[in-house]
Design a binder for this molecule. Structure first.
Ligand code: NAD
Ligand code: MG
Length: 392
């Protein structure tokens, strides 16, 4: 029996994870669940999965949850705050941690899991963008395992040799072909992008996801973050990673080898496939996802990414090449920008403008430790807020 902690269990990835887990009661037992403040959803999940622990970031929400569970006669222990998240991610009884909190907030508990040598199912790409080198070092030092959940990275993982060394050359890997749907504005006229609404930006053509990643997909920053994620997961430098726009989202990514072979992973766009792959790894387990109907798909299309219409993608490649503090700044400024856009305080087209200003404005070196990375993150958020006050 595998004991699992799901960080961010009420979110899109969290729910899909529990959907897969529920299909295999003989294999998985839910040790802990967690959410930011949505106590209603977490209560319902506690009733269904009876975890030993439930953690809410928000203390008031935790109090409500605790009261309701007590009334319902459910023995789940409720706690709150970041330390409590770290505890359920590193508890000795936990085997597997699904890291599905959104944003930089997901880093501290993911790090706690790494330091405790856990098997980490990593959905929270922001951890790798913000602190890629430090996080991967912690994973190695503590003998933790990362299984990628992001559909592209999971596809790449599946297309790489089973015991991939982490060095593309020694495995005969020529390039990583990272597919991108292009998001809801793929074919939209650049001149109209300034006026798009949060609702339009969150309406993804193929995937149903949380609001932050939906906006990231609309700006294509999501693909930019994924380029950086691929760099850290697979040891590929920026020149070896090629973004391929593929509007159908059927091929989830590809690996090209030096002999000219390209291996791809295909499937319906449903996150339960990569989640089940990682949960069961190295075995294959049922995910609830149906067969891909190739005859109804019939055609697949591929396009070059448009760096002019989607400057966020260009900025992410730039940050990866610049290294140092740049990816941390990129991630933090993007989070502030997306939040402001969702709250109607910023235009869609100002998102990259603000991020670029932050990348130019913050003169910090490469973070030597996690505290230094958190300090850069704090500075970038402050810069972004000030930029907004000066430009609105
Ligand atoms: P979501 O917004 O649907 O869910 C986020 C979860 O995190 C919720 O349970 C929420 O309560 C919790 N949370 C939010 N802020 C928190 C905080 N400060 N502290 C503790 N918990 C907090 O997001 P999502 O779409 O499920 O995405 C989660 C992560 O997975 C993101 O990093 C995203 O980039 C990545 N991801 C998502 C998808 C997808 O299809 N949704 C695909 C690939 C990768
Ligand atoms: Mg993805």
């Amino acid at each position: 029996m595998q004991n699992i902690t799901v960080l961010g269990s009420t979110g899109s990835i969290g729910k899909s994870t529990l959907d897969v887990v529920a299909r295999h009661p003989e294999r998985f037992s839910v040790f802990a669940l967690s959410a930011n403040s949505s106590h209603e959803s977490l209560f319902a999940q506690c009733v269904k999965f009876r975890p030993r622990h439930a953690v809410m970031l928000d203390p008031e929400a935790a109090e409500i949850l605790s009261k309701r569970l007590l009334e319902a006669g459910i023995e789940t222990e409720v706690d709150c705050g970041v330390r409590a998240l770290e505890k359920i991610a590193s508890h000795p009884d936990v085997h597997t941690v699904m890291a599905a909190i959104v944003g930089a907030a997901g880093m501290p508990p993911a790090l706690a899991a790494a330091r405790a040598g856990k098997r980490i199912l990593l959905a929270n790409k922001e951890t790798l963008v913000m602190t890629g080198e430090l996080f991967m070092t912690a994973v190695k030092e503590h003998d933790a395992t990362i299984l990628p959940i992001d559909s592209e990275h999971n596809a790449i993982f599946q297309a790489l040799p089973q015991h991939y060394s982490g060095d593309p050359d020694s495995s005969g890997v020529r390039r990583i072909l990272l597919t991108a749907s292009g998001g809801p504005f793929r074919a939209r006229d650049k001149a109209t992008l300034a006026n798009v609404t949060p609702e339009e930006a969150c309406k993804h053509p193929n995937w149903s996801m949380g609001r932050k990643i939906s906006v990231d997909s609309a700006t294509m920053m999501n693909k930019g973050l994924e380029v950086i994620e691929a760099h850290w997961l697979f040891g590929a430098d920026a020149d070896r990673i090629r973004v391929v726009v593929h509007p159908e989202s059927i091929i989830h990514s590809m690996v090209e080898y030096v002999d000219g072979s390209i291996l791809a992973q295909l499937g319906n766009p449903d996150m339960r496939t990569p989640i089940a792959h990682a949960l069961g790894y190295p075995e294959r387990i049922e995910s609830g996802v149906g067969s891909l109907d190739l005859f109804s798909v019939a055609k697949l299309h591929f396009e070059e990414p448009d760096f002019d219409r989607f400057p966020c993608l260009r900025l992410a490649f730039h940050a990866l090449r610049a290294a140092g503090a740049a990816p941390t700044v990129l991630n933090a400024a993007n989070e502030v920008a997306v939040q402001c856009f969702l709250e109607g305080k910023m235009r869609f087209t100002d998102i990259p403008v603000m991020i670029e200003a932050a990348l130019e404005g913050i003169q910090a070196g490469r973070p030597d430790d996690f505290d230094a990375a958190l300090e850069i993150d704090r500075q970038a958020r402050l810069f972004a807020q000030n930029w907004l006050s000066g430009n609105s």
